[in-house]
Design a protein around this ligand. Structure first.
Ligand code: ATP
Ligand code: MG
Length: 632
């Protein structure tokens, strides 16, 4: 399904996004990975490397051009699900470090497990990384001019090399075919307090092992009948060094190699080889792989000794994974939410997947800011969800255009309208700035006047139900009989009382008020009458009905799956409320993915799937409120 590995072209120039530079620099100062990379650069650890050709067969380990990238990182997802916010941290780290040190980050699919991997996931992962603002291309000057290399790789393209590496280990007495049952292998591995017991197959000769391994490959043994194991030390205090399995028999069709193989390399064997073949310099992973590092190094040494790889080998470095409160970052559990239809799909705006965050209205810049702000450490901790939301608010504050929407509409009738303006059908344009106040204040001199939003006021407008009280509670400043308020950007009005009520429920269905002439915002008379408050509204004449989806956190428990809890029980029953409201025309005409601040309510995004104004479908998602409403 995939093309040859390194595709070379001579054009194109991808520039990954760089944001909030000053702050990022702060976070970067304390980053231990930077110190490691800087030390390697200073010592010239990888300076002698040569690069060229495709890593598939390891041939580029021979001569070639000096490697133009000083630092090679990789992001190695398994294509068995959609990426989530934890992966976003890893993406920002890998691609960000490579960018900052003039290197390159490889996009590599770790597709060594034939059963769960699908093209749908591959496509979505590529799309998510791009959307986050990163690129797996490198641009440099070659001997014949500028070169662009694309570094998109699949572990499965290295299966031949991995097989050869396994045979080399066997030939050098470093691997054997074990035909114990899975239970025997487990029992003989021992545990923390008990050393392992040698397998009766451990002393087979290299010739015999080679023959059995070839029999495995030829399909002569049943699934599970044998495994190839590295021959290291059954008494090692590190259980990962007690002869780990490196190949298993599995008759399954692979998305890339089809039925070419009935044996597949184990992840712990495959991953270091993938890194080495691609000449990765710094292979960073989450802390749970710390105990695997000795095997990583062992394998590199053996394959260098065998002449299959060249020194210096890549090195593994571990960092703490992202744990975010109110969020689950297990692919298996996220998949369960999708399969059990607890959410509408992987891109449900409540999902912590990158596609979900995107649909919710998150920006790549906000996610990058978040990654920079949380930094990278070597010890596990929890990050509060409000940190992520805070980054988003910060990013949108000066970006999102303003607009008015009414989420719980009730009709307001200006009863003297016809009398004042000569006709009940008369409407008048109102104007207000679309840009955020801070941006307006800081416009460089000579900037042409920024565009304004235009919306109509007429005899009837929609107001927020909570902005009217028949009998006002103490301190209430909005509409109640006799009170004077401003319709934001429009006229000052005086409330005269209830216009109508629903006979059955007693709910107010219409509020009455009188318009006070010559008080329109922006006119000389605007301040002639003092209003107690300014309320948001949408004109009945040009307001557009909109479906507004009020999203909240998916889980009500800050650690929904900690300590063996059933995360399904922690689902927040109020995580989605759908309301039918009205929005002003500038919002209704938004493109999918356009983000706005609805005055007083927070940030909203035109839904990238369902919003289609040409078909009369206006659909907004609440991204987040103006303030953190979950605070302690
Ligand atoms: P699994 O392997 O169980 O399917 P995974 O989350 O490890 O799940 P991968 O596709 O292997 O999925 O992850 C790709 C990369 O993302 C790995 O390098 C991994 O370390 C990193 N990663 C995954 N989850 C997190 C997290 N919560 N925080 C930081 N990095 C993460
Ligand atoms: Mg993994």
């Amino acid at each position: 399904m995939n093309s040859p590995n390194a595709k070379k072209t001579t054009s194109g120039n991808a520039s990954p996004a760089g944001v909030h530079a000053a702050e990022a620099a702060d976070a970067k100062a304390s980053n231990f990975l930077r110190q490691i990379i800087e030390k390697d650069l200073a010592q010239g650890t990888y300076a002698t490397r040569k690069w060229g050709g495709s890593p598939g067969d390891g041939a580029h380990h021979e001569a070639g051009q000096p490697d133009p990238a000083k630092v090679r990182m990789r992001f190695p997802p398994e294509p068995n699900g959609y990426l989530h916010v934890g992966h976003a941290k890893s993406i920002c780290l890998n691609f960000g470090l490579a960018r900052d040190y003039g290197g390159v980050c490889h996009m590599r699919f770790d597709d060594t497990n034939p059963e769960k991997e699908e093209k749908e996931y591959v496509d979505s992962i590529l799309d998510s990384v791009k959307w986050l603002g990163f690129s797996w291309e490198s641009n440099f000057n070659g001997p014949n001019g500028p070169v662009t290399e694309e570094h998109l790789y699949y572990a499965s393209n290295y299966f031949d090399f991995m097989y050869r590496a396994a045979e080399a280990l066997i030939e050098h007495g470093h691997a054997y075919v074990d035909e114990q049952t899975a239970e025997e292998i487990r029992a003989n591995r021992g545990d923390f307090g008990k050393p392992g017991v040698d397998s009766p197959f451990r002393s087979r000769s290299p010739e015999e092992n080679l023959a059995r391994f070839r029999a495995m490959r030829a399909g002569e043994l049943a699934d599970g009948a044998a495994v190839l194991r590295a021959k290291i030390d059954m008494a090692s205090p590190n259980i990962n060094m007690r002869d780990p399995a490196i190949y298993r028999i599995r008759r399954a069709t692979h998305h890339n190699t089809g039925d070419a193989w009935c044996i597949y390399p184990m992840y712990t064997f495959a991953h270091p080889i993938e890194d080495a073949l691609e000449q990765i310099t710094h292979s960073i992973c989450t802390l749970e792989f710390e105990d695997q590092r000795p095997f990583y190094d062992w394998l590199m040494e053996r394959l260098i000794e065998a002449g299959l790889l060249k020194a210096p080998p890549p090195r593994q470095h571990e960092f703490a994974r992202l744990n975010l409160t109110y969020v689950i970052t297990s692919k298996r559990k996220l998949m369960q939410l999708v399969n059990e239809k607890r959410v509408s799909g992987w891109d449900d705006p409540r999902m912590p997947t990158i596609v979900g965050l995107r649909r919710r209205g998150y920006t790549p810049e906000a996610i990058q800011l978040f990654a920079d702000r949380i930094g990278v450490t070597k010890s596990d901790s929890w990050i509060d969800y409000s940190t992520l939301e805070g980054c988003l608010r910060e990013d949108l504050e000066n970006k999102a255009h303003r607009g008015m929407a009414v989420l719980d509409p009730v009709k307001l009738v200006l009863t003297n309208w016809g009398e004042v303006f000569g006709s009940d059908d008369y409407t008048e344009d109102c104007e207000a700035p679309a840009l955020p106040p801070a941006v307006l204040k800081n416009l460089p001199e000579g900037t042409p006047a920024p565009a304004k939003r235009v919306f109509k006021i007429g005899k009837e407008v929609w107001i927020e139900r909570e902005d009217f009280e028949e009998v006002p509670p103490k301190g209430y400043k909005r509409l109640f009989p006799g009170n004077v308020v401003r319709l934001k950007g429009g006229y000052v009005i005086e409330c005269t009382g209830v216009g109508a009520k629903d006979a059955a429920t007693g709910k107010v269905t219409e509020v009455h008020a009188k318009v006070i002439p010559d008080t329109k915002s922006g006119t000389p008379g605007a301040d002639s009458v003092k209003a107690k408050a300014a309320i948001t509204w949408v004109g009945a004449a040009d307001g557009v009905p909109a479906e507004i989806r009020l999203y909240d956190r998916l889980f009500a428990d800050p650690q929904p799956d900690a300590g063996g809890k059933n995360f399904l029980e922690a689902l927040n029953a109020d995580s989605l409320q759908v309301v039918q409201g009205f929005v002003e025309p500038s919002l209704a005409n938004a493109q999918p993915d356009d983000r706005f601040q609805f005055e007083r309510f927070g940030y909203f995004v035109a839904d990238r799937v369902d919003h289609d104004p040409e078909k009369g479908k206006v659909v907004f998602n609440r991204v987040t409120g103006l303030k953190d409403s979950w605070g302690k």
